[in-house]
Design a protein around this ligand. Structure first.
Ligand SMILES: NC(=O)C1=CN([C@@H]2O[C@H](COP(=O)(O)OP(=O)(O)OC[C@H]3O[C@@H](n4cnc5c(N)ncnc54)[C@H](OP(=O)(O)O)[C@@H]3O)[C@@H](O)[C@H]2O)[C@@H](O)CC1
Ligand SMILES: Nc1ncnc2c1ncn2[C@@H]1O[C@H](COP(=O)(O)OP(=O)(O)OP(=O)(O)O)[C@@H](O)[C@H]1O
Ligand SMILES: [Mg+2]
Length: 357
């Protein structure tokens, strides 16, 4: 009799566990459906991001040589933050760039090198705590000369992941940005790069190869500074359009539940995939991803001409891939999903969207 009760209880417990798993699956599906409803993404702004991604991604051609699929450099990494530039630079490589550099402070370099032998790490930048007042001028001239040796080789720069806010370092970075602009190198500006640009808008104003990728805080600061008002979510797309056109000729990727893009002429959105997990570093993956797709979109535009701004195409493809990788990682790791898990899913996501033939 006791054995019989034991069996019933075990079956009941099994049933409860099954129901709990099903509940979880139902909740996850609900979250995904709710996300697209609650994001308020206007269906007419939503683009076919997967087709765009396919249209700008190069085929793997045995006739190509190293470098042709893109050389990316991330300017970022200081004493506090070494993860952010690593996430951005390694994502660029995993998506398909041939070479990925990091230009960081001397203290951050050995740490970033130790994360990966794949990255080319330049210990060039200095923070105030390492520089005497009287040496500032000569050091910033030297930093700029060193960076200049490399600059022309890069197909896109990512400015800002883990850069920090040291005033001396930011002055050097604004000089690097001026040189990059003179050489027509595209720049994806993120993290502390946005802090710099928000206080010095002329660094990007009138430069169509600049892409700004603000998160919720960074967007708020930009809106307050440029439009002199608060963020208005009722009229989000229109405000984004005004922001991009007021700064002048830049493209903005506003990150959130849905990602929105504007170059001041049009607004588009991507709401597909995504993950409810909000661990730090996902924006860094996105910046590396946008840099690669922007470089590829420019290659396509140079060959075939372009109807759409390559900066918009780069943002759309970068966002779609990041969101797909985040959703795959979440399927597997659920609450324990970390940025490094998402990076591991970049290759599979790209393969699902655009398989290698
Ligand atoms: N693993 C890593 O290495 C990662 C590193 N990361 C790196 O972290 C950096 C900051 O990016 P984040 O996204 O945390 O900035 P955000 O949400 O605007 O600020 C949150 C709050 O903090 C404050 N605050 C920020 N910086 C400050 C400073 N230097 N000094 C003082 N206050 C500062 C800020 O204040 P406020 O700007 O509003 O004054 C707000 O209240 C950036 O380099 C990013 O790339 C991330 O990519 C994640 C993974
Ligand atoms: N609520 C959300 N739902 C789904 N995806 C989101 C949500 N918020 C942001 N994302 C996605 O996560 C990615 C990173 O955006 P996020 O706002 O976390 O950047 P961030 O704060 O700059 O990140 P980081 O920690 O790297 O600095 C973007 O591709 C965006 O699409
Ligand atoms: Mg960020």
């Amino acid at each position: 009799m006791q054995q019989c009760y034991g069996g019933i209880i075990r079956r009941q417990q099994h049933l409860i566990r099954c129901l709990a798993v099903n509940e979880t699956l139902i909740s996850v599906n609900k979250i995904t459906r709710m996300q697209s409803v609650m994001s308020g993404a206007s269906p007419n702004l939503e683009v076919d991001a997967l087709s765009i991604l396919r249209s700008i991604s190069p085929t793997l051609d045995p006739n190509k040589h190293k470098g042709q699929a893109g050389k990316i450099a991330v300017v970022g990494g200081c004493r506090e933050y070494t993860g952010a530039p690593y996430f951005s630079a390694i994502s660029a490589l995993k998506i398909g760039a041939d070479l990925s550099h990091v230009i960081c402070t001397k203290d951050a370099a050995p740490v970033i090198k130790s994360y990966s032998p794949e990255l080319i790490v330049h210990p060039l930048l200095e923070e105030s705590y390492n520089v005497r007042e009287e040496d500032r001028k000569s050091i910033s001239t030297r930093v700029l000369a060193e960076v200049d040796k490399w600059l022309e080789r890069f197909d896109c720069l990512v400015i800002g992941p883990g850069l920090g806010r040291d005033p001396f370092l930011l002055d050097c970075v604004s000089d690097i940005m001026k040189h990059a602009r003179q050489s027509n190198i595209p720049m994806v500006i993120d993290g502390d790069g946005l802090f710099l640009v928000t206080n010095q808008l002329d660094l990007v104003s009138g430069y169509p190869l600049a892409v700004l990728t603000p998160n919720v805080n960074e967007y708020k600061r930009l809106v307050q500074k440029v439009l002199n008002c608060e963020v208005n979510d009722q009229d989000g797309p229109q405000q984004l359009l005004s922001l991009a056109s007021s700064i002048g000729d830049v493209t903005i990727l506003r990150k959130g539940q849905s990602d929105y893009f504007s170059d001041g002429k049009e607004v588009k959105s991507v709401s597909i995939f995504g993950s409810p997990r909000r661990c730090g570093g996902q924006g860094d993956i996105l910046s590396g991803s946008v840099a690669v797709f922007l470089a590829w979109a420019r290659q396509v535009a140079a060959k075939e001409g372009a109807d759409t701004n390559p900066a918009m195409l780069g943002c759309i493809a970068g966002s779609a891939l990041m969101r797909k990788a985040a959703s795959l990682a979440f399927e597997d790791k659920k609450r324990s999903t970390l940025t490094s898990d998402i990076i591991e899913c970049l290759g599979r996501s790209l393969e699902d969207i655009y398989p290698v033939r």
